[in-house]
Design a protein around this ligand. Structure first.
Ligand SMILES: [Zn+2]
Length: 328
């Protein structure tokens, strides 16, 4: 899924977390006793001073992209030398992380979990706002100031608000999805991105927490033309080029869902930089259909420098001991 953070200060904060967290924990642990508090404050300040000399912290500063545009270029697939195989250079979590996404779902190796609740997706068409070509995908944004459109149930506790949806696709019909099922790709994959509005203030704060985001992945399989998708494709004319946006009101995202909401679930990450490990994934078992002609309309969109937008997917990542559960 995409979540290129627009707020650069937020990303800076994310990179500083390893620097602040341990001493801050000690400081908070001082409780109400004045002497203890003072002692822990000293530990905090000393630790902070040490950290300034720490190679790890220096490396973080060096590794951190210098500007928003540099960061965004890391997100792109169209620039030679960029793309998923190079992301670890700026975002070490790409290789070092323990819960990276997407993954190849080997159904025989998944575990049926009868305690999983049915997935409930309640969407209000009045919450759709705009459609945008952000240079790496096509994205529809939603008003997430109230609980108009929410995800509940499945493996999550509480309610998650819909923020946006976007797609990943290939340069041909035989590839394009991010998740695989038993090694097989689909032509495309839809990601509906929700954030935990019961615990966090906004999507940026949620995106740095292990239970912050809930993303629903829907596979697009070649077949009959999909009329619900066509409403979206008809809006592509106004967002052919990078960094273009148009109004996109009164769209019901539930028209893009299959009749059956059975799912696989596992703990994962964003699939584009900054690759934050904050996503509870719900990958639907049943695909929706898309025709070859409709896929061509996706490929008519443009990356940077007028290149056709295609192959904007990340390959599967190692499970590293994670268990994928299913509700069916
Ligand atoms: Zn995505």
């Amino acid at each position: 899924m995409h979540f290129c953070l627009q707020n650069w200060k937020k990303l800076f904060f994310v990179n500083r977390i390893p620097f602040f967290s341990p001493p801050l924990f000690l400081w908070v642990g001082g409780g109400g006793k004045g002497k203890k508090n003072a002692l822990f404050l000293i530990i905090f300040l000393e630790d902070r001073a040490k950290s300034c000399k720490n190679n790890f912290f220096k490396k973080r500063i060096v590794d951190r992209p210098k500007s928003v545009s540099e960061f965004q270029s890391v997100c792109l697939w169209s620039v030679p030398g960029a793309g998923p195989s190079s992301w670890h250079q700026s975002f070490p979590v790409a290789k070092d992380g323990s819960r990276q996404s997407p993954v190849d779902i080997r159904n025989e190796e998944t575990e049926r979990d009868p305690t999983l609740q049915p997935l409930v997706l309640k969407y209000d068409p009045r919450s759709s706002k705009t459609i945008a070509n952000n240079g790496h995908s096509i994205q529809v944004d939603f008003d997430d100031t109230t609980d108009q459109s929410v995800l509940k149930g499945g493996p999550v506790t509480g309610s998650y608000r819909l923020r946006q949806f976007h797609f990943h696709w290939g340069s041909c019909d035989g590839r394009g999805s991010e998740h695989l099922v038993d090694g097989a790709s689909f032509a495309a994959e839809l990601h509906l991105v929700h954030w935990n509005s019961e615990k966090y203030a906004d999507v940026a704060n949620a995106a740095i927490e292990p239970d912050g985001l809930a993303v629903v992945g829907v596979f697009l399989k070649i077949g009959a033309a999909n009329p619900a998708l066509q409403k979206l494709l008809d809006a592509f004319d106004s967002v052919q080029k990078e960094n273009t946006k148009a109004d996109f009101k009164n769209f019901d995202p539930s028209t893009l869902l299959p009749p059956c909401l059975d799912f696989w679930t596992y703990l994962g990450s964003l699939t584009t930089p900054p690759l934050l490990e904050s996503v509870i994934w719900h990958v639907l078992k049943e695909p929706i259909t898309v025709s070859s002609g409709q896929m061509e309309q996706f490929r008519s969109l443009k990356f940077t420098a007028n290149k056709p937008m295609q192959d904007n997917f990340r390959p599967p990542q190692p499970l590293k001991g994670r268990k994928v559960r299913r509700n069916f």
